[in-house]
Design a protein. Structure first.
Length: 273
């Protein structure tokens, strides 16, 4: 009897509760465990997209206040009109027309560059032909001055070119013939007086030497419309006439490109554009 009671009691414990049939496979009843995690994930994604939408929407009233504030601080042309992200691209301010001073500065820069190129070419000529001390070139406030010693060009008291002087003038002509600027050939003497039938004074001698150089340069291709000859006698010395060295320096021929002449050519070119 005791065994029967024990069997009945154990069978009663193993039997499912009344009304609970369980699943077909013998597992627990209800939704799978992963469904709770998936539901949480979908909820978080929805919150994330709602937040993005809220951040991308511009509040019109706040934006209008911001625009008004920026206009008063920066000027109306620097603030975009639209309230969208695309409209926040800053508008470029139209560049102002160059002022007269800016045009003058630009022209001055062009003139300086052109004069530097002339100086550079002549210095190459001097270096290549080993003419240091006989030919020099400088850039000054007045323009570019190429100075040639009269000993290189002429015999004492005359206007006949030396063979070396003629060769150098041909090379100088190759440089200046490429430039469409007016060039002045200036003749100078020392203060030693001269009085001959051909040259009654240093005025005639200085002018004749300048004219001789002009004639050679024109013959080598320099445009005669862009060249002139001038004589200054002994009245524009660059050194003292009290020493032989000073007098030697004063006897010279200058090839001068004046700054004003170059400026006029640049101005004419601009007016024709």
């Amino acid at each position: 009897m005791a065994d029967e009671d024990n069997i009945d009691e154990s069978e009663m414990k193993l039997a499912p509760p009344e009304g609970d049939d369980g699943d077909a496979d013998g597992g627990e009843a209800g939704a799978p465990g992963w469904m709770a995690t998936f539901a949480d994930l979908v909820t978080l994604l929805m919150c994330f997209f709602v937040l993005l939408f809220a951040m991308s929407t511009t509040q019109q009233e706040t934006y209008k206040e911001l625009v008004q504030s920026l206009r008063s601080a920066l000027g109306a042309q620097t603030v975009p009109e639209a309230g969208t992200r695309e409209g926040l691209t800053m508008r470029a301010i139209p560049s102002e027309k160059p002022t007269e001073q800016q045009a003058i500065d630009e022209l001055g820069g062009l003139i300086e560059k052109e004069m530097e190129e002339i100086v550079s070419e002549v210095r190459e000529l001097v270096l290549f032909n080993k003419l240091g001390g006989e030919v020099s070139v400088v850039k000054s406030e007045d323009g570019v001055v190429i100075t040639m010693s009269d000993l290189l060009l002429f015999k004492a008291g005359g206007t006949t070119l030396s063979e070396k002087g003629y060769d150098i003038l041909k090379k100088v002509a190759a440089v200046i013939s490429k430039l469409a600027y007016h060039v002045k050939i200036k003749g100078h003497t020392d203060n030693s007086p001269i009085s001959t039938d051909r040259f009654p004074s240093n005025w005639e001698l200085s002018s004749a030497r300048a004219s001789t150089v002009v004639r050679i340069l024109v013959g080598q291709g320099v445009n005669p419309e862009y060249i002139s000859a001038e004589g200054y006698a002994n009245y524009h010395p660059v050194a003292t006439n009290d020493t032989p060295e000073g007098r030697r320096r004063n006897r010279r021929v200058e090839i001068v490109y004046e700054r004003d002449s170059i400026a006029r050519e640049f101005a004419d070119m601009r007016s024709k554009q």
